[in-house]
Design a protein around this ligand. Structure first.
Ligand SMILES: [Zn+2]
Ligand SMILES: [Zn+2]
Length: 231
């Protein structure tokens, strides 16, 4: 019955591109042109997903070689933060187009295979949450949860320090800015988790949140971001 209803819905409301309104492609509200504009972050460090330059055979970046982080298993950043990927993040974050989160979750699912006991969004400080009205990471997490059938746990990890946006700071201050920003309100019973955010500029926020989760019982933490800035 649900399948028939979904088919009817698709006939009445065929997918249309959220960016340019052309017909959707691949059952997503994104047209073929916009879809093709997305740059999959394939050539990246296998540990921290930082984009790598050129055709390198050994896919671990210098930073991970020198400082192997033990708090997280690996980071997966699906797209390079450019063009349409950047537009989608902006539509979600600044124009409050929450339907974009569904498109992002579908694009994540089409590009990587994920399994975990829970999806945990990177928490916003309650002051920032009040100003923005929503946490973009939580909305992407809920949409991904519907596809993967993995529960979202967003009531344990919280941000107790209202950190400055990372983009406004120098590299050194970025690390200091978020290093103790997170806490957990109770012990985590989920061992294998996906820690999710919209964009990663540096890995500092992820490392800090993962450290806190590990301290509170998570064992295997895979961080996931929709996009990753390239240098
Ligand atoms: Zn389009
Ligand atoms: Zn790396």
């Amino acid at each position: 019955m649900l399948k028939i209803l979904k088919k009817i819905e698709k006939i009445i409301y065929p997918p249309a591109c959220i960016i340019c309104n052309k017909p959707g492609y691949n059952n997503i509200d994104l047209c073929k042109n916009c879809y093709d504009d997305l740059l999959v972050n394939n050539n990246c460090c296998q540990k921290c997903a930082t984009p790598l330059m050129g055709d390198v055979t050994y896919k671990i970046c210098g930073s991970c070689l020198n400082n192997p982080h033990k708090n997280y298993h690996k980071i997966l950043s699906v797209f390079i933060y450019k063009g349409v990927a950047k537009n989608l993040v902006h539509l979600l974050k600044f124009k409050h187009k929450q339907t974009v989160a569904k498109i992002m979750a579908q694009l994540i699912d089409k590009n990587i295979t994920l399994s975990a006991d829970a999806i945990i969004p990177i928490a916003l400080h309650k002051k920032r949450l009040k100003t923005r009205g929503f946490n973009q990471a939580t909305i992407i997490a809920s949409e991904l949860s519907k596809i993967l059938k993995i529960p979202v746990v967003d009531n344990i990890l919280y941000r107790h320090i209202d950190t400055k946006p990372q983009v406004e700071l120098s590299a050194k201050l970025r690390i200091k800015n978020v290093s103790n920003a997170f806490k957990c309100s109770q012990k985590m019973t989920f061992k294998n988790v996906i820690l999710i955010d919209d964009v990663a500029t540096t890995t500092n926020t992820i490392i800090s949140a993962a450290k806190t989760l590990k301290k509170h019982g998570c064992q295997n933490i895979t961080a996931l971001t929709f996009a990753r800035t390239s240098h």
